[in-house]
Design a protein around this ligand. Structure first.
Ligand SMILES: Cc1ncc(COP(=O)(O)O)c(C=O)c1O
Length: 512
């Protein structure tokens, strides 16, 4: 390939000129900023040198990159930077001065003319995804108190982890994630949640949301057409499942959790059972420790029924253990995965115990799913970022994570007790459920109260940010007689904001 021809003119000085990129692009260092003049494209389109320079300058003034009064480099300096003759710059400056874009005064060089109006600013781009409702009192379920993030412990662990990490830790690595974290998690999950796994079967992902998407794609790849979901659940999770091409079959809920005894029946029902695509029922997504959002723990016979169904139908149970660390009243319920690690995928996340913004979560996979899910993770993003994985591994092995979780558990339990006491005193008709664990409660109103939509309107007017139970409903027929109810994330506000949020909530409920 021949090199592009260098335009005629003085040779660039090795001292003054910034490094020139291909085809006449020069970083405009004279401004100390990042403005670039790219003549290459215009030259390639057939423009002469002078015309290309005039166009590039005109455009920079027009779109505001060169503000009025900005001093331009001398014709000599710009000629050298661009590798073109000084005279070409003099002529281009002269032309643009005549057109009114530039102004030239003897002794003070060439500047951008005062009246050269920039183009009106581009319309702002609005990104709706991820935008959260705003209000004075944030009681939206699903997040921890972010002021509790263990900054000092995290910093200490990051420092230690980075000091001892081998060089290869910063390379592309296994899609399963860093071995240090998989080892630490295998031990932690066995000890705290009774999970039966090992580092080779653990995959680190960017949030449980990503893990669920990978699982859904893997199940689809194995011929699943449908997945059973709980009658109430997180709408974005259902979106993820649908996006992977799975149809959804909602399971009714009662005080013992999801009706997993109906799975065999749903399997046989095939097309038409539930929403979306038909086909084989390949899995069920459950929140056994603390049903999200209603709060029931999945009863032992329901756990057994789900595992029995999975074994008999070549299916899988996906266990979303999103807040398993936060159990207050009873003995901690172990993970359901221990019943059958070949049929139950265990999913955990740091979203509640540390912070959702970390995007750190993990799957303990049955043997048959390790390879396909790891391949999908590699295709998605190679692997999750290593520095946070190394830090989290150190946080666990140093014992700091246990101490942090214990501290949070006490904090959230106190919050829950305050909520329950305030409601008992100020809105005694409200039934509080789902409070044995987790970071949220369901507040159910008695018959004859306001309909849920109206209740939500009043809550919004009082500056409360929360959701009605109906928002979580999986199918229109899943709960035809449900009472109006609010889902309240009592962990969300920092301490100083909690009493005011509680006051506003009680006032809305008192008059509902
Ligand atoms: C039911 C449930 N599962 C899982 C998660 C965690 O998801 P992620 O790890 O993607 O933040 C949440 C977070 O709100 C949740 O509510």
């Amino acid at each position: 390939m021949s090199r592009p021809r260098t335009p005629p003119g003085p040779a660039p000085s090795p001292h003054r000129s910034p490094p020139r990129t291909a085809r006449g692009t020069a970083p405009w260092t004279a401004f100390g900023g990042d403005l670039h003049l790219d003549l290459g494209e215009r030259r390639a389109a057939g423009a002469g040198l002078r015309a290309a320079l005039e166009d590039a300058l005109r455009e920079a003034v027009q779109d505001g990159r060169l503000a009025p009064d900005t001093r331009l480099p001398s014709s000599r300096a710009l000629g050298e930077d661009l590798g073109i003759a000084r005279n070409t710059v003099v002529e281009a400056y002269g032309q643009l001065t005549a057109e009114g874009w530039l102004s030239s005064r003897r002794g003070s060089g060439t500047t951008v003319a005062e009246r050269a109006a920039p183009r009106p600013a581009a319309r702002p781009v609005e990104v709706r995804a991820g935008r959260r409702p705003t209000g004075r009192h944030d009681l939206l379920a699903g997040r921890p108190d972010l002021s509790l993030f263990p900054r000092s412990a995290w910093l200490a662990s990051a420092r230690r982890a980075l000091a001892v990490a081998p060089h290869e830790a910063f390379d592309y690595g296994s899609p399963l994630g860093r071995i240090e974290l998989r080892r630490a998690l295998a031990g932690y999950l066995a000890r705290v949640r009774g999970v039966r796994t090992d580092p080779d079967r653990l995959l680190i992902c960017s949030g449980f949301g990503q893990g669920l998407g990978l699982l859904a794609a893997a199940l689809r790849g194995r011929g699943a057409g449908r997945i059973a979901v709980e009658g109430y659940g997180l709408p974005p999770q259902r979106d993820t499942l649908r996006a992977a091409g799975l149809g959804l079959a909602p399971l009714p809920l009662d005080c013992s959790g999801a009706r997993t005894d109906l799975l065999a029946e749903l399997s046989g029902a095939g097309e038409g059972a539930g929403e979306g695509a038909g086909g084989r029922l390949g899995a069920v997504l459950l929140t056994p420790a603390h049903q999200f959002p209603t709060g029931a723990a999945l009863a032992a016979d329901r756990r057994a029924a789900a595992v029995r169904w999975a074994r008999g139908h070549d299916g899988y149970v996906i266990e979303d253990d999103y807040d398993g660390e936060f159990r207050y009243d009873r003995q901690p319920l172990g993970a359901m995965q221990a019943l059958d690690p070949d049929r139950v995928v265990y999913g955990g996340t740091a979203a509640k115990s540390l912070a959702p913004g970390l995007r750190l979560a993990w799957l303990a996979l049955p043997d048959e799913l390790v390879e396909p899910v790891a391949a999908l993770k590699e295709a998605a993003d190679t692997m999750s970022p290593v520095t946070d994985q190394l830090t989290f591994a150190e946080l666990i092995t140093s014992g700091r994570y246990d101490r942090h979780v214990r501290r949070c558990r006490l904090h959230y339990r106190r919050r829950r007790d305050l909520l329950v006491a305030a409601l008992a005193e100020r809105a005694p008709r409200v039934r509080v459920t789902g409070i044995a664990a987790g970071l949220h409660a369901v507040l159910e109103l008695p018959p004859g109260s306001l309909p849920e939509a109206e209740l939500m309107d009043r809550a919004r007017a009082a500056g409360l940010v929360l959701t009605g139970l109906g928002w979580y409903l999986a199918g229109r027929n899943a709960a035809p007689d449900a009472a109006p109810a609010l889902v309240v994330g009592y962990a969300t506000p920092p301490d100083h904001a909690f009493p005011a949020a509680l006051d506003a909530l009680c006032e809305v409920l008192r008059t509902a």
